[in-house]
Design a protein. Sequence first.
Length: 96
Amino acid sequence: MATLRKSDISGRIASKLGGSRSQGEAALKAVLDSIQDSLGAGDRVVLTGFGSFEVRQVKARKVRPIRGGQAGNLITVPAHKRVGFTAGAELSKAAQ
C-alpha cells in the first residue's frame, strides 16, 4: 500500500485536466482553501459521494495521563472543537 501525498494528487489533477503541474497544484489549493475557509466559518462541507466535513464541539473530560509527572492523577482536557469527517457511500464502497 502506497502513500499518496499532496504533490501526487496535484500531479494527477494536472494530468486529468490536461494542464501543467503548477495548474494542478493551484486547483488543489483552491479546493482545500475553500474547504478550510468554510469550516472556519462554522459551515458544513458536503462533497456528494465522497463525504462531509464538519466542526464538532468536544466536551471537557477527565483523563489519566500515562506518562509524565502526573501519571495516575486525573487531569482535565478542556472543551474544544475538532474537524470530523464522515465518509460518503461511494468512498465507503471504494475502500472495501
